[in-house]
Design a protein around this ligand. Structure first.
Ligand SMILES: Nc1ncnc2c1ncn2[C@@H]1O[C@H](COP(=O)(O)OP(=O)(O)OP(=O)(O)O)[C@@H](O)[C@H]1O
Length: 494
């Protein structure tokens, strides 16, 4: 054993590989008579240098998780993850790691062979690199335990670990038809979003159902995917909602920039490259469609009154000056909804637009976008949520007036603008709420009128007790307005 350990340490890897293989053959030939072993080789690359074998990566992850087996080793590779800083242990080449599954004993080894003429990672040679593989060895009699149950178990555990630990990514497509990845760290969640009452719960329940509905979709012959259309004015939280959805389901995001896709074939190729459990986003889909039309206002206004979507996309997204792009609406629908939509499962498609009315009805039809979610100007419940997030207050005496004022005025304050007002007065909630009140312009103008038409003594009586019992409805309203105005002008203390 000592000699063997020394040999393992000092012999070059390629030689060790041959030695191990020779010893294994000798062992099988002369020692093993009844229980011959079976060996499976899991290579890093299959069918050419560029086809990566997913199972190879899964085996690596799975073996790293066998901490008790790893801990019994005295020689291990260790590295620290860039993403989450955790330590990961893995096998040194030609070291064996033992595992057990349903009573079967399994041995894994990792080998790395320098390919002839390969560059060995130093930048010279033909660039084909080393050949790495895992070898799984087990008794022939235990084949029925290993196949396929153990191999499925390895994939499942690895997928779970990856899903739990891996940093999530946001991808965007480049002009060459490939995705480029960046770490996704957006902090938006359904807790930080200010939405109308019940909307967050409704969407979260829908997402939960979707995540656990694999058998439901398959039983009903449907692709396991969900479509959301988010629409509403700028600054109402569409992008934040996408991030909240991705954070909730813990999927990666593919942000598809249609203007960089030159034809339907490239769109299909991009879709094939996406992984399962992902959110595929097309933001401002109406702008993508009319991109070139933006420079030609006449054409644009014509198109809103009744266009054929294919011709619009063709003229808009086409790479050539002749307007002969081969990216069509039917191509887009085919990958989101047709045969090609099944090339990866458990996917969520999200389209956003500021102008739902400009979208082709084909995009909106029932079953294509499963939920149409309107994100609009800040309502009182949404305001309360923002105030809670930014100012840390659940309630405030000014809330009665504010709720009334927000209901009465057709104000157009977006959550983004509201959030800005609150952030700029973060240390002084009273000042923040006064600024919000003053920003409801029509109500403010109405209040000024009331002041002008109210005598000082009447004003004093009303302002002093806006909700006084026994006063008439009209008086109560005037009282509230005065109360509100006093609050705006900072005359009333809370
Ligand atoms: N409903 C909301 N809840 C909480 N914050 C919001 C909400 N809407 C907007 N915001 C804030 O406003 C900023 C802009 O929001 P966001 O980019 O999500 O809006 P959008 O609707 O996607 O805008 P656009 O249509 O211009 O892309 C965000 O940083 C976010 O903090």
């Amino acid at each position: 054993m000592g000699v063997f350990a020394l040999l393992q340490t000092f012999l070059p890897p390629a030689f060790r590989q041959y030695l191990n293989h020779g010893l294994a053959l000798l062992w099988d030939k002369f020692v093993q008579t009844e229980n011959r072993h079976v060996e499976y080789q899991v290579e890093e690359k299959t069918g050419g240098s560029y086809n990566h074998n997913i199972f190879y990566r899964q085996v690596g992850i799975y073996l790293s998780s066998l901490r008790s087996s790893m801990d019994s080793h005295t020689r291990l590779k260790v590295c620290r993850s860039v993403e989450n800083g955790s330590l990961a242990f893995s096998l040194l080449d030609n070291e064996a790691l033992e595992d057990s599954f349903n009573g079967a004993c399994l041995w894994w080894t990792h080998t790395c062979m320098e390919r002839e003429g390969g560059n060995n990672g130093n930048g010279n040679g033909n660039g084909s690199g080393d050949e790495r593989s895992f070898t799984l060895r087990f008794l022939t009699a235990e084949r029925s335990i290993v196949m396929p149950a153990y191999l499925d178990h390895v994939s499942k555990v690895a997928a779970e670990i990856e899903h739990r630990n891996t940093q999530r990514w946001i991808y965007t497509n480049n002009h060459s038809g490939y995705w480029e990845a960046t770490i996704f760290n957006h902090p938006s969640t359904f807790n930080t979003l200010a939405l109308d009452d019940g909307l967050a719960d409704h969407i979260q329940a829908d997402l939960e159902f979707f995540r656990n509905a694999e058998s439901f979709y398959h039983r009903n012959g449907r692709a396991w995917k969900r479509g959301y259309l988010l629409y509403g004015p700028p600054g109402t939280g569409k992008s934040s909602m996408i991030a909240a959805i991705a954070n909730h389901v813990e999927y990666d995001i593919y942000d598809l920039e249609l203007t960089k896709v030159c034809d339907n074939a490239e769109l299909k190729s991009l879709m094939i490259q996406t992984i399962r459990r992902s959110v595929i986003v097309i933001e401002d889909i109406d702008c993508s469609v009319h991109l070139s039309d933006r420079a030609e206002p006449d054409k644009y206004s014509q198109s809103t009154s009744g266009y054929t979507a294919d011709s619009n996309i063709e003229s808009a997204i086409g790479p050539s000056s002749e307007g002969t792009s081969k990216l069509t609406l039917s191509g887009l629908l085919n990958v989101t909804d047709g045969l090609w939509s099944c090339c990866g499962e458990e996917r969520i498609f999200i389209f956003t637009t500021n102008h739902k009315d400009r979208l082709d009805p084909a995009l909106l039809r029932q079953g294509r976008m499963d939920m149409h979610i309107l994100l609009s100007y800040c309502t009182f419940p949404a305001f309360k949520k923002l105030a809670n997030n930014y100012l840390g207050i659940e309630d405030h005496p000014m809330y009665v007036e504010l709720e009334d004022a927000m209901a009465r005025t057709a104000h157009k304050i977006t959550p983004a603008a509201m959030a800005e007002m609150l952030i700029s007065n973060q240390s002084d909630p009273d000042a923040a709420l006064r600024q919000v009140m003053a920003s409801l312009p029509r109500y403010y103008a109405l209040a000024q009128d009331v002041v002008a038409s109210t005598s000082p003594s009447e004003k004093y009586a009303l302002e002093d007790s806006p909700l006084k019992k026994g006063s008439t409805k009209k008086d109560r309203l005037r009282g509230r307005i005065l109360f509100f105005l006093a609050a705006i002008e900072g005359k009333r203390m809370y």
